[in-house]
Each structure stands twice: as structure tokens, then as C-alpha cells.
Design a protein around this ligand. Structure first.
Ligand code: PLP
Length: 441
């Protein structure tokens, strides 16, 4: 518990600010990914691989805002393009701007399955829109997801298992009917998926199967390489659309996303995070022309309309930021560089784990790095009551480890996940490993 000393002596301004924030903001922090233990820190500056808090402590930043910044935080060439747009157009006009077209064309070039794109406000909205389009297009009822996968916080998607990063099982305030047509199957259990598809055929059919292609919770429970192809085949057999939730993997695993990596073509793809390079209003859904055109019934599309909206969706700032972030990622090869940093971090963490004989493991999908210290991966998802009981102490342990990393100058996502970026040079990773060893030894 030595790390508590760091918070008490070195984070006084953060404590002052976040204590006061508790009076005006629920819980004192507004972001799901913010650390609360022992109290949240207030960030003042971000640059590349580093963050600085209000007390001028410097951290190596493996949160990277939860994934969107493959180029590193606050990347100057993109920031300058955003400033230019702000000067010429302001943040929003509500009318069409050329950069909407430029971004959609660029994404089509990287991911040929994205024949058309509809920008929205967040990954959550992208998932809601994808499901609405799938139901409108197929005229079928059910949506099937993988247990433990996170697809945003809409009523139909947050239920059953835990809210990401929190280990919390409950998400209340959701009327029972709201998710009555959402079903789950156990991770990697294709037989269970098939059973649901068969059963649903008698009850109104399956409109879509939605997966995080690297496995639930950004690959915390990884999938075998052929998993997505097999889901694709089952979808084709039962006339369901395949939705890839690429909110995390899109452009991070590579400019072709997870669909390029696994060489599987989804019908619809949901984007978030990287689609605007971390700038606000990061979300959208793209895919087959005939399905995406359900959003445009009345303005070129035919048939029934899947309604979507959003005052700030596709605003010029988000689109110009997304366009230049992706262009820069292509020019610099950022996804590959970030992936190599992820490999180096994973290898180094496993070396530390071996050196001290710890019952932990690190693994990665490129720049998405998992540090499994609590055994959460091995828990049985089939028994929610037992799961809730077992998650609680583990959550507390992970939380404490996250705080200990922070006291040693490392910011992670909930103490168990790390996103690397192009800014993570070998020197940064080696310094991070030195800091990790201080905690883990
Ligand atoms: N889908 C996945 C796989 C995610 O990881 C997230 C967010 O972390 C979402 C959807 C929701 O995206 P947003 O937070 O932009 O609503």
C-alpha cells in the first residue's frame, strides 16, 4: 500500500479539484474509464505517450483515451487541420461538408466492405443504428451477441454481464422489454450460436449477429482465428446480417481493421474511437449499400426507413479530424508501429511475470495489450450469481493494482488493459517495463 503515499503527498491539487467535483458531478468523474481509487486525478496536459496531471506528475499513458489515439495523444499535424477547419467553418453548420465525402471515400479504400458510411455521435449510436438497419432490412426480430461483449450502453445492449472495466453486473433502469429481443451466446461457443439461430427461425428470425471480432471486451477472451469466418457462414445459412463492432479494432489493428486481419467481410461495421482520431462525435456505421440505404428512405433510398439522427453527427471538425488522422496513420504506418510496441510491452510483461513466478499472463492483439492478474478470464460466465460474487474482490484487486501502477507513473485501462500508440518508442516501453517491475516485483 506504499502507493497510497503517492496520492496523499503528490496529488494534492487533483484531490482538491475532484473533491469539489463530487458536489457538482455524480461521483466526481464523468468518464467510465477514469480511476476513482483512492481518488481520481485531474489531467492537465497530454502529448504523445505522456500525460501530466494538475500536480505536474508525469505518466506514461497506456489508456490512450480508451483506444482512439493510435498516433499518440494530441498529435500535432491532425490538431492543426482541426484548427484550420475551426477557423474557416466553426464546429458545426448542420449542412453537408466536403470532408464527409472525403472520409467516407477513404474508409471505403481501406475497408472495401464499407460501400457506404453514416457518421454518428458515438460507438453506442453506431451499434443502435446498425441494429435498426438490420431489422429494417431483414424484417427479422432478434439480435444475438456474445456474452461479456461490450457494445455501448443502449438499453438493448447493456444487460446480463458486466459494464466494461467496472466488473459491475447490474445496469438498472432498463425495462425488461427493452432487451427482450437481444440474446447472448457464450464466448466462442458456435454450437450455442447455431442453436439460437435455429430456435429463432421459429420465432421471427435473427436480424443480426454482432461480434467484437477479436473477442468480447476488446479481446479479453480471445477468439480462434477462424471464429469470425464460422460466424459469417452461420449468418449466411440463417439469413442474418453479420455486424462487426470495430469500435476498438477499426483502424487500430490496421487500416483494414479486424475484417482485414481475419479476412472476413461483415455486412455492417460499427465504428467509434479511431474514426475521428479521438476527436469528439466518434461514431458511425458502414457497410453494404443496400442495407445502409435504409437510412436514406425518402432521400434516394427505397422501402422502409431506419431512422437515425444527431445534431452534431458528421460535423466538419469530426470529419476533418478523422480524415487526416487516417491519412497520417497511413503515411506513418502507425498501426504497425503501435502493434510492435504492443508486442514489446507484452513480451516484457511476461518476462517480469516469469522472473517473479507470478500467476499472471500478458497477451495482445497488436496494440491492444491485456494484463490478466485476477483470473477473471477463467470465471464461468454461465452462473451470474457466482460470477457477481467472484468479480467483486477481483475488481477491488485490479483497482488497487491500477492505482499502484499510477503511483509509479503508468496509466492503464482499469489496471488490466493497455493501448499502445505510435508514440511508444522502444525507450518508452522499456521505461514502462521498469516501472511495471517496481509494482510487480
Ligand atoms: N463497442 C465497443 C467494442 C466498445 O469498446 C465501445 C466503447 O468502449 C463501444 C462499442 C461504445 O462506444 P462509445 O463509447 O463511443 O459509445
Amino acid at each position: 500500500k506504499e502507493y497510497l503515499n503517492f496520492f496523499e503527498t503528490k496529488c494534492k491539487r487533483s484531490k482538491e479539484l475532484t473533491d469539489e467535483a463530487k458536489k457538482y458531478i455524480p461521483g466526481g468523474v464523468q468518464h467510465n474509464l477514469a480511476f476513482n481509487y483512492p481518488f481520481p486525478i485531474a489531467i492537465e496536459k497530454a502529448d504523445g505517450a505522456y500525460l501530466w496531471d494538475a500536480d505536474q506528475n508525469q505518466y506514461i499513458d497506456f489508456l490512450q483515451a480508451g483506444g482512439p489515439t493510435v498516433l499518440g495523444s494530441n498529435y500535432e499535424p491532425v490538431r492543426e487541420k482541426v484548427f484550420d477547419m475551426l477557423r474557416s467553418c466553426g464546429p458545426v453548420t448542420g449542412l453537408f461538408h466536403e470532408y464527409e465525402l472525403k472520409l467516407a471515400k477513404l474508409i471505403n479504400q481501406y475497408m472495401p466492405s464499407i460501400e457506404m458510411l453514416r457518421m454518428l455521435g458515438s460507438g453506442t449510436e453506431g451499434v443502435m443504428a446498425a441494429i435498426r438497419a438490420a431489422r429494417t432490412f431483414t424484417k427479422k426480430k432478434y439480435v444475438i451477441k456474445v456474452g461479456g461483449a461490450y457494445h455501448g450502453w443502449s438499453d438493448q445492449m447493456v444487460f446480463g454481464l458486466h459494464v466494461p472495466g467496472t466488473g459491475r453486473l447490474e445496469a438498472t433502469g432498463i425495462p425488461r422489454g427493452a432487451n427482450a429481443t437481444t440474446e447472448e451466446f457464450f464466448p466462442n461457443s458456435l454450437a450455442k450460436l447455431k442453436r439460437r439461430l435455429v430456435f429463432n427461425r421459429l420465432l421471427g428470425g435473427t436480424a443480426a449477429v454482432i461480434v467484437e471480432p477479436v473477442g468480447p471486451e476488446s479481446g479479453t477472451r480471445p477468439v480462434p482465428y477462424d471464429f469470425n469466418q464460422k460466424v459469417r457462414e452461420l449468418c449466411d445459412e440463417f439469413g442474418a446480417l453479420l455486424i462487426f463492432d470495430e469500435v476498438v479494432t477499426g483502424f487500430r489493428l490496421g487500416l483494414g481493421g479486424a475484417q482485414g486481419y481475419f479476412n472476413v467481410k461483415p455486412d455492417l461495421t460499427v465504428f467509434g474511437k479511431c474514426i475521428t482520431g479521438g476527436y469528439p462525435m466518434a461514431g458511425g456505421v458502414g457497410g453494404r449499400r443496400d442495407v445502409i440505404m435504409t437510412f436514406a428512405a425518402g432521400i434516394g433510398g427505397v422501402g422502409e426507413k431506419a431512422y437515425v439522427g444527431g445534431t452534431l453527427s458528421a460535423n466538419p471538425l469530426s470529419c476533418v479530424a478523422g480524415y487526416y488522422a487516417l491519412k497520417e496513420m497511413e503515411r506513418t504506418n502507425a498501426p504497425v508501429i503501435a502493434g510492435k510496441a504492443g508486442d514489446r510491452l507484452t513480451k516484457g510483461l511476461n518476462a517480469i511475470i516469469d522472473k517473479y513466478g507470478l500467476p499472471f499472463v500478458a497477451f495482445n492483439q497488436g496494440s491492444i495489450v491485456h494484463l490478466e492478474t485476477s483470473g477473471v478470464m477463467l470465471l464461468d460466465l454461465r452462473n451470474p450469481i457466482k460470477l457477481a460474487k467472484e468479480l467483486k474482490p477481483r475488481k477491488h484487486m485490479i483497482e488497487q493494482m491500477g492505482a499502484a501502477y499510477m503511483a509509479n507513473g503508468l496509466i492503464t485501462l482499469a489496471g488490466s488493459r493497455m493501448y499502445t500508440s505510435m508514440a511508444d518508442t522502444d525507450e518508452v516501453i522499456d521505461e514502462a517495463l521498469r516501472r511495471f517491475e517496481l509494482v510487480l516485483s
